[in-house]
Design a protein around this ligand. Structure first.
Ligand code: NAG
Ligand code: NAG
Ligand code: NAG
Length: 315
């Protein structure tokens, strides 16, 4: 048996622990996934697509099954020819002449990502609706094609910008907020820019790109063929809605637990006070208690010496 004056503090501790666990659960929502870890993993899997690769030819990679829906590709290039001629079009990217990497390497690999239905999990953007999947372009040293955990080279366009041409983006014309290009830097920065040429974004740096529009996601459309499609937004934003709903419910539960705790603490204090009152009252003779409304109050049960009428002594 736990001594009764320890019971309240211990229960309090248990309550606090429960609240802590709950908040930790809320914090572990999927958008905690690290985009940098994904970059590293995709570098590894993209490089595996190379088997005696030819220079300037793009090879599509196969992602692990836990990332189905993401598409990757890799292309090995001579640094000199990238600088002189660019690549022309590589997937959705138009890479011009004048590309310079730092540090300088002889050959480099351009790794392409299309995050498809995983876009908003790795690159969440609250307050915006996605109109296109997140596309990535990252440069690595090609000197060891079985290397993992490679750092990116710093790739820059020095003559004209790289263009990212998003196909099948439905840009609502007319009123309402206009779509924006969004750029996610490797160090976690987020920048917005205007859409060019109808549905393209321009950049002088490597990183991840998408097109978004300000607003709340519309009520989720039936989850169609969002997997491979370029504009596979439906399923992604449905998940966002669920994250929001989950957070709200989690918050409510937290508040409820807190309220219960406060009530509990008050009760604990009250009970201790009553205990003391009981001890003090009548020098050790405990008084009975009654429960009135929600509190316990000590009461004296009648009088101890019954009054006797004098007439009763009469014979
Ligand atoms: C997916 O699986 C790969 C290989 O099995 C593993 O290395 C990686 O951590 C997993 N990634 C995620 C996001 O679960
Ligand atoms: C290439 O990288 C792999 C994996 O990190 C390593 O085991 C191997 O020794 C490297 N090869 C060369 C030639 O550096
Ligand atoms: C994306 O779609 C694939 C099927 O095309 C599915 O296996 C995968 O779980 C989906 N990813 C997410 C984050 O919903």
């Amino acid at each position: 048996m736990i001594p009764s004056d320890l019971q309240c503090p211990m229960l309090l501790l248990a309550c606090l622990f429960a609240v802590l666990q709950l908040s930790m659960l809320t914090a572990q929502s999927p958008n905690e996934l690290s985009a940098r870890l994904l970059d590293s993993l995709l570098q590894d899997y993209a490089f595996r697509a190379f088997f005696r690769p030819r220079t300037g030819v793009s090879y599509d990679g196969i992602v692990p099954s836990n990332l189905t829906g993401i598409r990757i590709s890799a292309m090995r290039l001579r640094s000199g020819s990238l600088r002189k001629r660019g690549t022309g079009s590589y997937k959705e990217f138009q890479i011009p002449a004048g590309m310079v990497e730092q540090p300088y390497v002889n050959r480099l690999v351009l790794v392409y990502h299309n995050l498809g239905n995983w876009s908003s999990l790795y690159y969440p953007l609250p307050g915006y609706v996605s109109l296109a999947p997140v596309l990535g372009l990252l440069a690595y040293d090609a000197s060891n094609l079985s290397a993992t955990d490679l750092p990116e080279l710093n790739l820059r366009a020095t003559e004209s910008p790289i263009l990212v041409k998003f196909p099948n983006v439905e840009l609502a014309a007319g009123s309402g907020p206009s779509p924006k290009c969004v750029y996610f830097g490797l160090q976690g920065s987020v920048e917005f820019d205007n859409v060019v040429d109808g549905s393209a974004c321009s950049t002088v740096r490597q990183g991840h790109f998408s097109i978004v529009v300000e607003g709340i996601a519309p009520s989720p459309a039936p989850d169609g063929e969002s997997g491979g499609g370029a504009a596979g937004g439906g399923g992604v934003w449905k998940r966002e809605v669920w994250i929001v709903v989950g957070s709200v419910v989690g918050g409510l539960v937290l508040v409820a637990v807190l309220v219960v705790m406060v009530v509990w603490v008050k009760k604990c204090r009250g009970r201790k006070k009553i205990g003391r009152m009981e001890e003090v009252a009548g020098g050790g003779v405990p008084l009975a208690t009654v429960i009135i409304a929600s509190g316990k109050l000590p009461v004296a049960m009648g009088t101890r010496t019954r009054p006797v009428l004098e007439s009763e002594y009469l014979p």
